[in-house]
Ligand binder design. Structure first.
Ligand code: C2O
Ligand code: CU
Length: 464
């Protein structure tokens, strides 16, 4: 059996060695010991089943008041239903495909059993129109997750298929309110209908399909009313095909407490944080109890031209006095600076070439999905993985089935106090990440810009 290059330390060996000699001395072993206890290896089902049932169906929704836009939607709504369960509970969804084409559901960020991962041709067959499929799993990690199709994503996500999955801690913190904001970006025509040419040459050769109508929870610039003094947990999810968001909550002095589902090791300032397609960001916000202003505009600042996403208005009522509790950010997240002392043992070089079905193919390590060569990672071993963006385009790279930690960007150490499942790799940028895969299987990895993925930017990470 071949050993993974340069990386033979393994969690089991680590614990045995410690007992024997008391001096774990390789860098890998020290990195693994830093990792230990970061997140659980196995789910701990408490025996409670939470059942859901819905279909993906063609529907019409009001993105703008009194204007119907034709969409495809889970349960006929955009966003689809927010599925809320507690850590330990088992989710069971009876899902029916009532769309005119095959689909699947992928549970973005959730460490699910392989067969529940929703990847056509890898973990399941596509669900044909009229057919049903039961998804059932017990999440291992609390946090903010979301679900979306993994068949023809560029069309199916754009048409409105997405929803949130919130896995609450067994004992959630007593926020006065727990809100989910799913951000999307639609390319609509004058008549408010979806521009229905998907995966165009322009989309592929640029940063995917950027739209002209941003929405929050399926509404254009909604107003959200809150009470003075409220303490809110706000969960942001970017479900757009391609747009990067950078929402500015500084006027409300928001604190970052979690990213990509996982709780941070310390509270962080979310100002300037990117929310690329796939990413989540959880904020802890206390609404002033004697506010000087009663409206706050939440503006997006990723693009040169900033624009309003939503407005928060403070109701003219007596302040709420929420129970006091500490900011929930004390998760174990290793710093792992020493990851840079071990060799790169897996690389994803990101680039494009002419050819293929769309005229341009997006590649990982020189190959499109149809010719992909899997990366191989060893279960429970320390790996240094490198993303090398040789192109001039943005690539939010997502890996299914595992969390990783960003160590450097262009060689400069960055200590993000949190894990990720998706990282935005800027043009010509190189990012090193550390990862210890705890779940065996063939996990898809891809650019979350749907048009890039469709044009080939996908491969598998095989954990064995
Ligand atoms: Cu949210 Cu494979 O993706
Ligand atoms: Cu990309």
């Amino acid at each position: 059996m071949a050993l993974a290059l340069g990386c033979s330390a393994n969690l089991d060996e680590y614990s045995e060695e410690v007992e024997e000699s008391g001096t774990p001395d390789t860098v890998e072993r020290r990195l693994l010991s830093e990792f230990e206890g970061s997140f659980p290896e196995k789910a701990s089902p408490n025996g409670e089943m939470v059942d859901f049932e819905f279909a993906a169906i063609p529907a019409a929704v009001e993105l703008f008041p009194e204007t119907k836009t034709k969409v495809w939607a889970y349960d006929g709504r955009v966003p689809g239903p927010t599925l809320r369960i507690h850590l330990g509970q088992t989710l069971r969804l009876k899902f029916t495909n009532s769309l005119p084409q095959p689909t699947t559901i992928h549970w973005h960020g959730v460490r699910v059993p392989h067969a529940m991962d929703g990847v056509p041709g890898v973990t399941q067959s596509p669900i044909e129109p009229g057919d049903s499929f039961v998804y059932e799993f017990t999440p291992k990690d609390p946090g903010t997750y979301w679900f979306h199709p993994h068949v023809r994503g560029a069309e199916q996500l754009e048409r409105g298929l997405y929803g949130a999955l919130i896995v609450e801690d067994a004992k959630p913190d007593p926020y006065s309110r727990d809100l989910v904001w799913i951000l999307d970006d639609w390319r609509l025509m004058e008549d408010a209908q979806i521009y229905d040419k998907f995966v165009t040459g322009g989309d592929i050769s640029h940063d995917g399909r950027w739209g002209n109508v941003p929405t929050v929870n399926g509404r254009v610039q909604p107003t959200i009313a809150v009470k003075p003094g409220e303490r809110i947990r706000l969960r942001l999810i970017n479900s757009a095909n391609a747009r990067i968001f950078r929402p500015d909550f500084s006027a409300l002095k928001a604190t970052g407490i979690a990213y990509d589902g996982m709780t941070a090791s310390r509270p962080f300032d979310p100002t300037g944080y990117d929310l690329a397609p796939g990413n989540r960001l959880d904020l802890d916000i206390t609404i002033p109890d004697a506010p000087q202003e009663d409206t706050f505009q939440i503006v997006d600042r990723f693009t040169r031209q900033s624009f309003m996403l939503a407005e928060i208005t403070i109701e003219d009522t007596d302040p709420i006095l929420p129970e006091r509790f500490d900011i929930p950010a004390a998760a174990r997240v290793p710093v792992w600076a020493k990851v840079m002392d071990i060799p790169v043992d897996s690389k994803m070089v990101l680039n494009a070439r002419r050819g293929g079905q769309y005229g341009i193919e997006w590649l990982i390590n020189g190959l499109p999905w149809t010719e992909h060569e899997s990366l191989r990672l060893k279960h429970r071993s320390m790996h240094r993985l490198q993303f090398v963006n040789q192109s001039y385009r943005l690539h939010p790279m997502h890996i299914h089935g595992m969390f990783f930690k960003v160590i450097t960007r262009n060689g400069t150490l960055v200590d993000e106090p949190h894990w990720r499942d998706t990282v935005l790799v800027y043009p010509q940028e190189t990012i090193d990440v550390g990862v210890v895969p705890l779940d065996k299987g063939k996990w898809l990895t891809h650019c979350h810009i749907q048009e890039h993925a469709e044009a080939g930017m996908k491969t598998l990470v095989e954990v064995e």
